[in-house]
Design a protein around this ligand. Structure first.
Ligand SMILES: [Zn+2]
Length: 313
């Protein structure tokens, strides 16, 4: 009897302990100063969840003379309000301009929240096109991760649409250059602030975790985009995912990885080598294995690059 009791108590503790460690702490977005009037909000590296409200990406903002320019609007109206709160901790000025760097859910589904408060929504043409074609699918899949937090969120598109591939703008006295990369999704962009020497790279650059090559990604455009980033010689790089960093880390953890994939896997596909042997041969690149998500993503990344180069040598 006593043994049985102890055993069930033990089981109870084990169960309790397990569920406690499995529950993710709630993410509270906070601004990190990059330089001068430029800030980043760094999201967690893992998958979308209720605990992070789908804010598992990086955001940024610039405090201008008359208002705030927000870069990317969050994954829902709910999470947009969380970003707004993080901005309010830095400045009482309202968010008057929202710029989308891309078309993934957490970059633009908060647009409607800010538009409803009078903000002007900007995006490049290619991003809007991808947003429109993938909105419904994004809402359906995001719902599985964040549930009720998606209530009250409807797709809302930029009213100020800029032509690709490059556009120089001045918003509230802030000079910026907007550049299309189409790296992760068709129409993805990066935003360069020449006066602050900052680039918000969108999903062109990932640090601390390995980047994902998706069926929609284009590793050749990504490589060209990275070279364009290098030519800008920014002092500060705000990646799409991972900490605020410099060009050297971005190069080691992203630029070199694009090169690695093209030079090895792309070349093997062009050479009509066996896909299985190629994926085995390049399975353990020491320079990238420390990156988070490596074991989940590297093989699939190589696979997609191989198939791409096979179809388009
Ligand atoms: Zn992303």
């Amino acid at each position: 009897m006593f043994t049985l009791f102890r055993r069930s108590l033990g089981l109870l503790c084990l169960t309790f302990g397990f569920s406690a460690s499995a529950s993710e702490p709630a993410f509270v977005p906070r601004a990190t100063k990059v330089t001068d009037n430029v800030y980043a909000i760094i999201g967690p590296l893992g998958q979308r969840s209720e605990a992070n409200a789908g804010l598992n990406a990086n955001y940024g903002f610039i405090v201008g003379a008359n208002g705030v320019i927000l870069i990317d609007s969050g994954a829902s109206a709910h999470s947009a309000a969380m970003l707004e709160k993080a901005v309010k901790e830095v400045t009482p000025k309202p968010i008057r301009w929202v710029l989308n760097t891309g078309s993934q859910d957490h970059r633009w589904l908060g647009n409607g929240y800010f538009a409803g408060k009078g903000a002007e929504i900007h995006a490049m043409a290619g991003s809007v096109k991808t947003q429109q074609s993938s909105a419904q699918q994004q809402l359906d899949s995001l719902k599985r991760f964040v549930g009720k937090q998606l209530d009250g969120t409807a797709p809302s598109y930029a009213t100020k649409v800029h032509p690709a591939p490059e556009q120089s703008l001045v918003i509230d006295g802030v000079r910026l250059k907007w550049i299309e990369t189409s790296a992760h999704y068709p129409g993805d962009t990066m935003i360069h602030l020449p006066d602050a020497s900052v680039v918000f790279t969108g999903d062109l650059v990932y640090v601390d975790r390995i980047l994902g090559v998706l069926p929609q990604s284009n590793v050749r455009k990504a490589q060209a985009g990275f070279q364009r980033l290098e030519a800008l010689k920014p002092k500060h790089v705000v990646p799409g995912h991972g900490r605020v960093t410099d060009l050297a880390q971005a190069k080691r953890e992203t630029g070199d990885y694009y090169d690695f994939l093209i030079k090895n896997v792309g070349a093997a596909a062009r050479n009509m080598d066996s896909i299985g042997e190629t994926l085995d041969k390049f399975a353990k690149p020491a320079q990238f294995m420390h990156l988070e998500n490596f074991s989940d993503l590297h093989r699939a990344n190589m696979n997609r690059v191989f198939v791409d180069f096979e179809a388009n040598p």
